[in-house]
Design a protein around this ligand. Structure first.
Ligand code: S3P
Length: 167
């Protein structure tokens, strides 16, 4: 039986848009963990960071991610920090297939710079540096994914084809 496919990687790497396209192609449901958290807690991710702090967010992210990875096979877009959590990573190792969408940092910068969805972890005054620091810190962990897709492209269909070839 097909396992749940979990897309991991940096903010702005395209996990959500690629995930939706991949789910359509594979005829599976698509779940975005951040959106599920926002629905459940009736707050945006930024509001949760502001009012409750990052530690609290990481705990509810862990619970939501582990619960949904446990469900019926689907395509999941994990928040950028989700895979850094050992419990989430172990859960994916057992019950899912992880795919790191390793998008070029210049592309990530362009997307995040114009996105209305302001990520609480980024310093927008030094955005390039901020992205680079987080990327360098997380790279050794993202590398643990089952598969890596290297891309600089905005072409979702092309990226989905690359994923399907790996699966
Ligand atoms: C985060 C990424 C965000 C969101 C939160 C923290 C991170 O999700 O979960 O702002 O630590 O990288 P996206 O990767 O969907 O932007």
């Amino acid at each position: 039986m097909l396992k749940t496919i979990v897309l991991i990687g940096m903010m702005g790497s395209g996990k959500t848009s690629v995930g939706k396209e991949l789910a359509k192609k594979l005829n599976l449901d698509f779940i975005d963990i951040d959106q599920e958290i926002e629905k459940k807690y009736e707050m945006t991710i930024s509001e949760i960071f502001q009012t409750k702090g990052e530690h609290y967010f990481r705990k509810i992210e862990e619970n939501m991610s582990c619960k949904l990875i446990n469900g019926k096979p689907c395509v999941i877009s994990l928040g950028g920090g989700g895979f850094i959590n050992i419990k989430v990573r172990n859960k994916i190792k057992i019950d899912g297939i992880s795919i790191w969408i390793n998008t070029g940092l210049e592309k990530i910068y362009k997307r995040l710079n114009k996105s209305k969805n302001k990520r609480p972890l980024l310093n927008y005054k030094k955005l390039k540096q901020s992205i680079k620091e987080i990327y360098n810190k997380r790279k050794p962990i993202y590398k643990k994914a089952n598969y890596t897709i290297q891309t600089k492209s905005d072409n979702k269909k092309f990226i989905v084809e690359k994923i399907i070839k790996k699966l």
